[in-house]
Design a protein around this ligand. Structure first.
Ligand SMILES: [Fe+2]
Length: 1017
């Protein structure tokens, strides 16, 4: 029996034809966005109608040979408005400006260089995101990675106003009483130059793996070439995830809170953020026991993948570090034993200090708690030092006294009445490590960073070298009045940070002498790390640019100084006008390891400075430029002759904001850490698997369970097209059918709108599928084949789920632009489009989190809408002939609430073993991972209710890959189209990649393909 409402033919009801096109007047009502159900928590906005805008320039690839930006990426490299001290406090205004201003992109860039027959380096080939290389990389420069870390707040600067004035923050009575943002409280970001492997360090097959992701620059060169890679990545701690998911700051200021606000802020942090302090891992790095960590005082270490620098999770050293024991930012490897020694400073709970060690195989040994008096408070500790036999704690004059809050004073103060003292702890086998011999200094003092310490074999004294500053940074980093204070202090010349020596007699428990070593005002001192704890000769430090401090309240280093501590001589390399360096890292030539006997007995080693200093330098440009428009580079200095300037410069594709500490990470065993496993590698040359209906791959069970739960809770919404109903038809084998039997098939009918019906008719005649971007008939341009609808949406957002269900039900193809948490490209495009319609200039400051989701653009009608309610209403009106959406989609907050509960169920069953919990939020929404941007959008055949399709959609979201969705809900005529396209098979998900020609079934195979091809390592 033939169906009276067959999908093609004249029997489509014509009565709604006039409703298909909304009048301009009708459309205009959709231009007012009701954002009460948008994903962000920002206040509602009005988005007036207007012509569709082109996508803003948000690529981070447009750099000239000099490394300077040729086109300004929106939201980056733009000075933005001058921050008012009244809004931010003097300190935050300074440390959110210039080259302290955060960047928003996570980038990878590659260059391959050749050493050549003369030993001179030359560029061979760059990746599409180029690094420019100038100079000569020595042939014997070791393989490994130079890594730097610093604070990089992730939200727009608006969020870091005095607490109470930023978006989503409870308005305080007096906004200044809740505190100002402090430089130390920004999220951590790491920046690394991977120097790859020297040709003689390279193993057959290993190097090829690196070429996987960089197929434009596949190495065909000879053995004297090497590949340099730059990457920058956020340290994705729990605090980073929590704040991004909420779209706002959760942690209130503490460092620059007033005395009255400190305790309420700390308690609010505990309630809303789960911790008194923000966990940022923004201070320092450590490589030990073949593991790489990002560190912050008072917090546990966060482990990083050594190759990709992605955060893998918090590290408790396989359960041997209790969760309540914090870890210092400056652990040190003890000479002789090779143990990593650390202290944990806890400013809140006693014991306020815990000392311990990690064995070379990565196990934490017995812990020794110190300082139990909670009421008395703690002494602030940031660094310590050690010798062959002693661990040396430093109790400076900066202390935390809770009782100060009763007087309205911040509990952390530089206390001039407290004499500094060193605590000696013997590390002998039978020594009681809790026995601390305290040796008092003669004055109040503070040291943030020690240079080194050793035991003088002639006198038996312990020599300690450090940068002494007597409360200088406490005053210089205060919220207000800093310029005046700094200028006055610099004029006086006291308290400023300079190299200092202490000599301690351990037998008498006394500091026997103290002296200043050099007059330069410096910080971030470093040595050849191999000499830690043994006598050494050379130290390197950054010279503080005092004019920037006094005029801009910014900490910059205009030169790097090499000190000869034996002779008092020094070498200086000045970075040049408008150029400022960061912490320098000594990279040894392979032979420059200490000869312990020689160095300890003779106090010198000819090999100590046999190597290079590596550091980032930022060029702020000329007076007409903002520092944020300048460019950054990585320079290499010969450590024996630093005054001669760089022997090599690597021009970076992105700014490196002034940060904190650097380190050298030796070559990684990439077999353990490289995610391009053999499975992924094989995907690039794979033969697409045969489709297997409802087959579950290994490791998919839990992920599928979550997706099924979401579908059940949504009552299978999005499984059927509008008006779906079964019918019996004669089987012609060319039509899709769920069941075929005895020459009949189960036909599935629909009631689609006139727009879609006409489209189907056109498709039948031309053989061209609307929205097809893959196999186009000759003469059809790509642009004309893309759907007119573009949806910016977030997987795991209930509102966005409602819109996606609507598109499946209406059978409308749409270009999806996923906006996962932490994504930049798509969110920035949405934010820019929305902002432009508000009349702002595109080069004004725009940040990704400004985007309101879901956000729909319809190129055909010029309508642009944010908010699920309005989008759904518009789609039904425009594409279902004015029909009203069903209550399941349109009951306002109730529908949104049920949808959010359903997608949250997805998150309750975390994904397969391959997926780190730190890449997926509680709602199942993925956080972005750095990925390549394909030239053409991919094409996915899928429907909203399918759990297998959900897994693919999540991966596309994770990689922020735009794709054209061809919805194939039950009753969709696309099911037959897909059959004809694949030679008779209907199965979803089915992915087509017009960039590579790959067409592939099976969710697990698709996911592997996407990660192999587009994940940017
Ligand atoms: Fe430090």
């Amino acid at each position: 029996m033939a169906c009276p409402h067959a999908r093609t033919g004249p029997l489509y009801p014509q009565k709604h034809a006039t409703q298909r096109q909304l009048s301009q007047q009708q459309r205009s009502k959709y231009t007012v966005a009701r954002t009460s159900r948008t994903e962000t928590s920002s206040p509602s906005s009005i988005i007036p109608s207007g012509e569709p805008t082109t996508e803003p320039v948000c690529s981070d690839t447009s750099f000239r040979k000099t490394g300077r930006a040729a086109g300004r990426p929106i939201g980056d490299l733009v000075a933005g408005p001058v921050l008012r001290n009244s809004d931010y406090g003097e300190h935050a205004a300074a440390f959110l400006s210039g080259n302290f201003q955060p960047i928003i992109y996570e980038t990878s860039a590659v260059i391959e260089i050749s050493h050549g027959e003369t030993g001179q380096s030359s560029s061979l080939k760059s990746d599409r995101q180029p690094l420019d290389f100038i100079g000569n990389l020595p042939v014997d420069f070791p393989g490994g990675k130079f890594i730097y870390v610093g604070p990089n707040p992730k939200f727009s600067r608006e969020h870091y106003k005095a607490w109470g004035k930023g978006p989503g923050q409870a308005q305080a009575k007096e906004h200044t009483s809740s505190g100002w943002h402090h430089w130390f409280e920004g999220d951590g970001m790491i920046y690394a130059v991977d120097f790859g492997r020297r040709y003689d360090e390279r193993e057959v097959g290993n190097y090829g793996r690196f070429d996987l992701q960089d197929n434009e620059s596949v190495s065909k060169s000879g053995p004297a070439s090497r590949k340099l890679t730059f990457r920058n990545r956020y340290v994705r701690t729990k605090s980073w995830h929590d704040e991004l998911r909420r779209g706002m700051r959760l942690f209130r200021p503490l460092m620059n809170a007033s005395g009255e606000a400190f305790l309420p802020n700390a308690i609010a942090n505990l309630i809303f953020g789960g911790n008194f302090l923000k966990d940022s891992a923004n201070t320092a790095l450590c490589f030990f026991a073949n593991r790489l960590f990002a560190l912050q005082d008072t917090m546990p270490p966060w482990e990083l993948n050594q190759i990709t620098l992605e955060t893998t999770g918090p590290c408790d050293f396989d359960g041997s570090l209790p969760f309540f024991v914090p870890f210092t930012a400056h652990p040190k490897v003890a000479p002789g034993t090779g143990h990593l020694l650390f202290f944990g400073f806890n400013p809140v709970y006693p014991p306020h200090c815990t000392i311990g060690s990690v064995s070379p195989d990565g196990v934490v040994g017995p812990l020794k708690p110190l300082w139990h008096n909670a009421a008395h408070g703690a002494t602030f500790m940031h660094d310590f030092c050690l010798t062959e036999h002693y661990t040396i704690l430093f109790e400076g004059s900066m202390n935390i006294r809770p009782l100060r809050m009763l007087k309205g004073v911040h509990p952390l103060q530089y206390d001039r009445s407290q004499l500094a003292r060193f605590g000696l702890i013997r590390r002998d086998k039978n020594a009681n490590m809790s026995e601390v011999v305290w040796c008092k200094c003669t004055e109040a003092e503070m040291v943030y960073h020690f240079v080194n310490a050793w035991e003088d074999s002639h006198t038996g004294e312990i020599v300690v070298i450090g940068v002494r500053e007597d409360g200088f940074f406490h005053g210089a980093l205060a919220a207000t009045g800093t310029r005046e204070w700094i200028t006055k202090t610099l004029d006086q010349g006291t308290s400023v940070p300079r190299m200092h020596e202490w000599r301690i007699d351990p037998s008498r428990g006394e500091v026997v002498s103290e002296r200043w070593l050099f007059d330069d005002i410096v910080e971030v001192p470093r040595i050849n790390d191999s000499f830690t704890g043994v006598q050494n000769q050379y130290a390197y430090a950054g010279r503080i640019h005092t004019a920037s401090l006094s005029q801009e309240a910014q900490l910059k280093f205009d030169a790097v100084i090499k000190y000869d501590m034996n002779t008092g001589m020094k070498q200086v390399y000045e970075h040049g006008s408008g150029r400022y360096g960061m912490e320098a890292q000594f990279v040894p030539r392979s032979s420059s390891v200490p000869d312990k006997d020689e160095s300890t007995q003779h106090g010198e080693s000819s090999s100590e400075d046999d190597g290079w200093l590596v550091l980032f330098v930022h060029d702020e440009g000329d007076a007409n430029m903002s520092a944020a428009e300048g460019c950054s580079e990585c320079i290499i200095l010969d450590a024996k002759r630093i005054q001669e300037g760089p022997i090599a410069r690597i021009m970076l594709p992105t700014r490196v904001p002034y940060g904190a500490h650097a380190m050298w990470c030796p070559l990684a065993d990439d077999s353990d850490h490289h995610p391009a496993s053999s499975k992924h590698e094989s995907m690039l040359s794979m033969i697409p698997p045969e489709p297997r209906a409802f087959a579950i791959s290994e490791g998919q069970h839990r992920a599928l369970l979550g997706a099924v739960m979401t579908g059940v809770l949504r009552a299978a919404s999005g499984l059927f097209v509008n008006g779906w109903r079964p019918w019996i038809a004669i089987d012609d084998r060319e039509q899709y059918a769920f069941i075929r039997m005895f020459g009949f098939r189960l036909d599935e009918l629909n009631s689609l709108g006139m727009f879609r019906k006409e489209q189907i008719e056109t498709e039948s005649k031309s053989g061209h599928i609307f929205g097809d971007i893959f196999a186009l008939p000759a003469g059809i341009a790509i642009e004309s084949a893309l759907p007119s609808l573009t949806l910016f949406e977030l997987e795991g957002c209930g509102d966005c789920r409602l819109v996606r269900e609507t598109l499946s039900m209406l059978d409308i193809a749409c270009t999806h632009r996923p906006c996962p948490h932490g994504a930049v490209r798509n969110r920035l495009a949405a934010a820019a489009a929305q902002t432009q319609t508000l009349g702002k200039r595109l080069d004004e400051y725009i940040y990704p989190e400004d985007a309101k989701l879901p956000y729909l653009e319809d190129e055909r009608t010029g309508v642009r809408i944010a908010g699920a309610d309005q989008i759904i209403e518009y789609l039904y009106s425009e594409y279902l002939d004015g029909a009203a959406p069903p209550p399941m989609l349109s009951s306002g907050k109730l529908a949104a609430m049920f949808a959010q509960i359903a997608v949250d169920a997805r998150g309750s069953a975390k994904g397969s073993d391959e997926i780190s919990p730190f890449r997926r939020g509680p709602s199942g929404a993925f956080y972005s991972r750095p990925a390549r941007t394909p030239e053409k959008p991919l094409q996915l055949w899928a429907y909203e209710a399918s759990p297998f399709c959900a897994l693919v959609r999540e991966t596309l979201s994770e990689l922020e890959l735009s794709y054209v969705l061809q919805p194939c809900a039950r009753g969709s005529p696309r099911r037959t189209h897909l059959m004809s396209r694949t030679g008779g098979t209907f199965q979803v998900p089915f992915l087509e990649d017009p960039n590579t020609g790959v067409a592939i079934f099976e969710s697990s195979a698709i996911i592997n393909y996407l990660r192999s091809r587009y994940l940017q390592l």
